[in-house]
Ligand binder design. Structure first.
Ligand code: DAH
Length: 338
């Protein structure tokens, strides 16, 4: 019996595949296997009852040993089997080709605007989207119960912070931090609790900007706006300036662009042929004071480019809702690949 056990151990060690293990099982444990044959060949008539019992016990032990060893070897082999599987690698097969990403139309418009402003000595700064009520409203001369707040209803977080309603929130942040003189723009995403239509979204982009220096005038403001627009649109565009009220500028203006989608005839995007593109004005002395700037020494202008609207005009997108959809069929039409 010891001889058979030794043979079994040897055969098991040599078996490295599941098929070989099966062969070992057949060779030793099947009806014609050597353990079975051995047990049948025993001559019980010459044994005492005690010897018979001993033989039976040792035979059972051998069978159990063989069965469990085979099972264990099988489990081990199965676990490592996937690693042994051959990988089919066809070096001549054509590649799958990755999808090349592209910039969103709003990002393209933003980068272009940043470029043009940087060329005029402006810094490009980014402020937080989650903002304090102070920087978004109070510091901009919009106290708690001011009716101007109604036009900028927003999303309040549980910690009293809000989603900023305009990038103007960066004005006082920046003045406090860098002082005057300064020229900077602040592009970014804004949020309002807004009913949605072809030209209004609850999430949109603006590009705020300001210049604070000595003797800054409305003439400077208009000259800069004209230059920016002609560079961004790469052609002469028609604009009009009309008075506008914003608590943080005095005087305040609405700079409207003659709609490039309908040529000024009037459409669902613009309404009457004009798009409110850049509200602007001279910075209110109160705002300068909040920023730690003496209004007797410095003056400045501020403007808020509607970046989403600018992108719509530049790329001929008729409905603002396309821009936030994440539908690649829309985005791909404006893609420039890098
Ligand atoms: N922050 C204003 C808005 O979102 C737009 C604006 C108006 C910005 C006048 C300005 C400004 O800088 O001077 O409605």
């Amino acid at each position: 019996m010891e001889q058979i056990k030794a043979e079994f151990i040897q055969a098991l060690a040599a078996a490295t595949t599941l098929e070989a293990l099966e062969q070992v099982r057949v060779d030793f444990l099947s009806r014609k296997g050597s353990i079975t044959t051995f047990s049948k060949s025993a001559d019980f008539s010459k044994m005492t009852p005690e010897e018979k019992r001993g033989f039976g016990q040792r035979l059972n032990e051998l069978k159990n040993f063989a069965t469990t060893s085979l099972e264990e070897a099988k489990t081990k082999l199965s676990a490592s089997a996937p690693r042994q599987r051959k990988i089919a690698l066809d070096l001549t097969a054509p590649g799958k080709g990755g999808r090349v990403g592209a910039l969103h139309p709003i990002t393209m418009a933003q980068l272009e605007l940043e470029d043009v402003f940087q060329g005029m000595g402006f810094s490009v700064l980014y402020g937080p989207e989650v903002e304090s009520e102070y920087f978004c409203f109070e510091a901009l001369n919009i106290p708690h119960d001011h009716p101007a707040r109604d036009m900028q209803d927003t999303f309040w977080l549980k910690n009293q912070l809000i989603l900023r309603t305009h990038t103007s929130a960066n004005q006082v942040r920046t003045l406090k931090r860098f002082g005057a003189p300064i020229r900077a723009i602040f592009p970014g995403r804004c949020f309002r609790y807004e009913s949605i239509d072809p030209s209004h979204e609850n999430t949109f982009y603006q590009c705020e900007g300001l210049v604070v220096d000595k003797d800054v005038s409305v003439a400077n403001l208009i000259a800069v706006m004209r230059l920016i627009l002609s560079q961004v649109f790469k052609r002469e565009v028609k604009v009009r300036l009309r008075p506008g009220y914003f608590p943080f500028v005095e005087p305040g203006f609405e700079l409207d662009l003659n709609c490039l989608l309908c040529g000024g005839k009037g459409c669902s995007t613009c309404g009457d042929g004009w798009i409110e593109l850049i509200p602007c004005g001279l910075i209110h002395p109160e705002v300068l004071r909040h920023g730690g700037i003496d209004p007797k020494e410095y003056s400045g202008f501020a403007f808020g480019v509607g970046l989403t609207r600018l992108a719509m005009m530049k790329y001929g997108i008729t409905d603002i809702r396309y821009l936030n959809k994440g539908d690649l069929r829309v985005n791909e039409q404006f893609a420039t690949f890098f």
